[in-house]
Design a protein around this ligand. Structure first.
Ligand SMILES: Cc1cc2nc3c(=O)[nH]c(=O)nc-3n(C[C@H](O)[C@H](O)[C@H](O)COP(=O)(O)OP(=O)(O)OC[C@H]3O[C@@H](n4cnc5c(N)ncnc54)[C@H](O)[C@@H]3O)c2cc1C
Length: 390
């Protein structure tokens, strides 16, 4: 049943280890109610991020962003538990969900391409909530088309020096650890651009941050690199192969954006059913109006379809059977349908729906960016269409 609070009772278990997911969900339910009681002030974006990361670490959820060899929960980082965690956290707060996922998105490139020594230095601190992470790919001239990036990594002794600027970087300014992608010297044979991936500590000389503001609480900003020195030991993957690391990382996390959208939509549906059942107009609860019931039936059906797409894609990835279109369809459908579900919730609440401080108003702001980051909806359609013709 879609109104069932327990996500693992909604066909989700068939796509992963049902027992493991059910036990994880019990812990999440307790955690989210404790976080709600703590009432962390999200207007302090850096303070709340640190507080959320600390609590996520204490509750053991950050173990899911690293492999067991470095203090994590499984042999590898798996999408299905990440999805379940994001869905639960996003039900409570988009900022809490962001604090969680950035620990993964910003550290997994080190798991994928860092030396054992670098992974051993960083990942246990990420799991313990001691190092906050960021993933710096987007630039003013390189958004959907990341090959347009202008940040350079110029050879300097055994290492490189970074020059350039990244923008819309989540956790900019609060992060202790940045994974940065930059243009290297062109391929000598064919003159094509080559890109590298690098790990940079937040206090590296030459790294500065300018905050940005988006429509929902989210620590974000521009990160500038003015000759930041990166030793060879902090390179991720082979020279010129950095974009492979970026894309492999996004392969793990893209589907989890769909899961965060599910969490926001879950919350909207719960609030809408409660409101329509209690609000009386024309002498009866609004829930008795067939027009409103039909509208809700449409978004609920969309929501369940999203959920099946998300956990199908996550399960396929964890079994090593993923195809790129699965995660793209899951992200596209889940984020677009969550937007429609939340818009329906706002409409169902009437004037209350857009009143500052109402849950519907917060959800309306929180859901919007999910259709943009980690590949816009249009880019997901390109991926889906490409797989149809290949
Ligand atoms: C809240 C938030 C958090 C973010 N966090 C991070 C982060 O931590 N790290 C990071 O590196 N980046 C981050 N980003 C950046 C994000 O990934 C980019 O905004 C996104 O990739 C889109 O790039 P762009 O904004 O430059 O849009 P553009 O690429 O300029 O696109 C503008 C519009 O054109 C469309 N478009 C582009 N190309 C095509 C095409 N070929 N066909 C059809 N339509 C097309 C797009 O879909 C979009 O609608 C974040 C963004 C936001 C909003």
């Amino acid at each position: 049943m879609w109104t069932e609070a327990k996500i693992t009772r909604r066909d989700v278990g068939v796509f992963g280890d049902a027992q493991e997911l059910a036990a994880l969900e019990d812990r999440l339910e307790t955690f989210v109610s404790e976080i709600a009681a703590a009432g962390i002030d999200e207007s302090d974006e850096h303070g709340s991020t640190r507080a959320y990361v600390q609590r996520l670490a204490e509750a053991g959820f950050l173990k899911y962003v690293a492999p067991a060899a470095h203090g994590g929960a499984g042999e590898s980082v798996r999408s299905t538990p990440l999805c379940l965690i994001r869905q639960w956290l996003a039900r409570h707060s988009g900022a809490l969900d962001t604090a969680f996922v950035m620990q993964g998105l910003g550290s997994n490139p080190v798991t994928l391409g860092g030396s054992d020594a670098l992974a051993a230095q960083l990942l246990p601190r990420v799991v313990a909530g001691e190092a906050i992470c960021a993933f710096a790919l987007t630039e003013p001239e390189a958004g959907s088309d990341i090959s347009g990036m202008q940040t350079t990594a110029r050879a300097d002794g055994e290492g490189v020096r970074l020059h350039g600027e990244k923008c819309w970087i989540s956790n900019a300014g609060v992060a202790d650890s940045y994974v940065v992608f930059a243009r290297e010297e062109e391929d000598a044979e064919n003159g094509k651009p080559r890109f590298g991936a690098f790990w940079v500590p937040g206090d590296a000389p030459g790294l500065t941050v300018e905050p940005m503001q988006v429509i929902a609480p989210h620590p974000i900003g521009r990160v500038k690199f003015d000759g930041v020195a990166v030793p060879a030991a902090h390179r991720l993957g082979e020279p010129g192969k950095g974009l492979r690391i970026a894309l492999a990382n996004l392969d793990v996390f893209r589907v989890t954006v769909g899961a965060a959208a599910l969490g926001l939509a879950d919350r909207a549906l719960q609030e809408t059913v409660k409101h329509l059942s209690s609000r009386v107009q024309f002498g009866k609860p609004l829930a008795k109006q067939q027009g409103l019931r039909f509208a809700l039936a449409d978004v609920a059906t969309d929501h369940v379809a999203s959920q099946l797409l998300v956990y199908r894609a996550a399960g396929a990835r964890d079994r090593g059977q993923a195809t790129p279109d699965q995660a793209a369809m899951a992200k596209l459908h889940a984020t677009e349908s969550a937007q429609r579900t939340i818009d329906r919730a706002v409409q169902s609440f009437g004037g209350r729906g857009v009143t500052v401080g109402e849950t519907t108003e917060r959800l309306y702001r929180e859901v919007r960016a999910l259709r943009i980051y980690e590949g816009t909806s249009e880019i997901q359609k390109l991926v889906i269409a490409r797989s149809m013709f290949s």
